[in-house]
Design a protein around this ligand. Structure first.
Ligand SMILES: Cc1cc2nc3c(=O)[nH]c(=O)nc-3n(C[C@H](O)[C@H](O)[C@H](O)COP(=O)(O)O)c2cc1C
Ligand code: SF4
Length: 425
């Protein structure tokens, strides 16, 4: 089921400009928020049940409430790194509706008591950063950012910071180190950013889509927003659909919509004559599901129950023309390349997994190698400083368990093929 809240005006020409955004009702939520106390704004966010849209799905209102009270320097950081393969929804939001994000940041900073904020945008998003830069200049000029915003006595600075193309800098603590000018390595947690984040100060970190939803919640009221969606998965979600579908793109769906309706109904399903072989429901780090799972409701809990996760909301569809080994190698090589190397299970485990998959490809593996590879994944999961290691181990484990027979058949075929016909991917 579609319902347009974030995408209501997304294709309105000129929406990225302040004039058009205001004509479509933009910044009315900010005025409404300033007529309320910060505590009441926070209560609306909590009532909405909004869960983070960046990957972990933690309740936003709860996260804001974790920030210590008092007059210390607090920070708000918007995670616009959008580096999870298959995810491109934040890009469309920032490019077409940058003021919605800015409005969300100002309202959230008011609820959190933060006076300094940052948007950390991935380096490759040059166009989106330029659009945001122009929107920030307009917002400053109009008094939506700066000192004593609209006479509310709330002040906020907002700095746009461009990253340099490392996947790990999407992980919130690596992002904070990078923002501080250091190499982007994850930090040990606890302490969590809500207590000790940027420059050791209390910090609220949220994804672009999460923050862009804040003006919608303030306009509708938290309780009304919570009526949409499934239990504990309230509201709508932007879903990026890619891979073997006829109409790839971003779609806004009510959480709880059957996955089949998204993959076939909205995205047109695989090309004529092809079937879904497997699909990643939440970016390449989510365990794969198969055609058997197409009727699973697309929400946090149902996907978890089915053995996967909603993650960033990126559905990648793989059809039956693709060897599963190619999928596994593509995924494993990505995480091997992006591992920061700080902890052994992730650094060595991603490396070993790529090597073992290549052994299968080259006909050098035995069925025992599959068992070893599965146990390597078990040793990575839960044993790393951040979840990048798990981000490879989860999909690889699921591929081994769903497609063991195909992998074994591949091994056997490769073993019997003349050596000169085998090429490593
Ligand atoms: C390796 C790794 C990469 C991540 N990349 C992103 C990202 O690109 N964008 C994002 O919003 N969150 C990303 N996250 C999740 C963030 O750490 C964090 O949970 C999120 O920014 C919180 O915002 P939310 O609660 O609004 O989802 C990543 C996490 C990990 C472990
Ligand atoms: S899990 Fe991987 S990416 Fe994360 S800190 Fe450890 S080595 Fe670095």
């Amino acid at each position: 089921m579609t319902e347009k809240l974030l995408f209501a005006d997304i294709d309105e020409p000129g929406l990225h400009t302040l004039g058009v955004y205001e004509r479509r009702g933009g910044y009315a939520s900010l005025r409404k928020a300033f007529s309320m106390t910060p505590e009441d704004v926070l209560a609306e966010l909590e009532a909405s049940g909004l869960r983070g849209r960046g990957g972990a799905g933690f309740q936003m209102g709860k996260k804001v409430s974790f920030l210590p009270k008092g007059s210390m320097e607090k920070y708000l950081v918007c995670n616009a790194d959008e580096s999870e393969p298959g995810t491109f929804k934040d890009r469309e939001l920032m490019q077409k509706s940058p003021h919605m994000l800015i409005e969300g940041i100002v309202i959230a900073s008011y609820a959190a008591g933060a006076q300094r904020s940052f948007i950390y945008i991935r380096g490759e998003y040059v166009l989106q950063a330029d659009v945001l830069d122009a929107a920030l200049a307009e917002a400053r000029e109009a008094g939506f950012i700066g000192e004593d915003i609209l006479g509310s006595r709330h002040s906020l600075s907002l700095v746009l910071h461009r990253g340099a193309g490392a996947y790990i800098c999407g992980e919130e603590t690596a992002l904070l180190d990078s923002l501080e000018g250091k190499r982007g390595n994850p930090r040990l947690k606890p302490p969590f950013p809500a207590n000790q984040g940027l420059y050791q100060g209390p910090t609220l970190i949220n994804n672009v889509e999460t923050l862009s939803t804040v003006p919608v919640i303030i306009r509708m009221g938290g309780a009304e927003y919570a009526k949409l969606g499934a239990e504990s998965s309230t509201g709508t979600k932007l879903v990026s659909v890619s891979g073997h579908v006829q109409r790839p793109g971003n779609y806004e769906v009510v959480l709880g919509t059957p996955s089949r309706e998204i993959i076939y109904g909205l995205a047109g399903g695989p090309p004529e004559g092809r079937e879904v072989k497997c699909w990643f429901p939440g970016g390449s780090s989510a365990p794969v599901l198969t055609a058997e799972h197409l009727d699973v409701s697309y929400d946090f809990d149902s996907l978890a129950k089915a053995g996967s996760m909603l993650g960033s909301g990126a559905i990648i569809v793989v059809d039956d023309s693709t060897p599963i080994l190619d999928v596994a190698l593509k995924v494993a090589k990505f995480y091997q390349h992006e591992s920061c190397g700080k902890c052994t299970p992730c650094r060595e485990g991603t490396n070993w997994t790529v090597k073992m998959l290549q052994r299968i490809e080259l006909g050098e593996a035995t069925p025992m190698d599959l068992e070893i590879m599965a146990s390597v994944q078990d040793h990575i999961m839960g044993n790393c400083l951040c979840v990048l290691g798990d981000a490879m181990a989860m999909p690889i484990s699921s591929i081994i368990s769903h497609f063991k027979e195909e992998l074994e058949a591949h091994m056997e075929r490769a073993r019997l093929r003349p050596a000169e016909t085998l090429v490593s991917a």
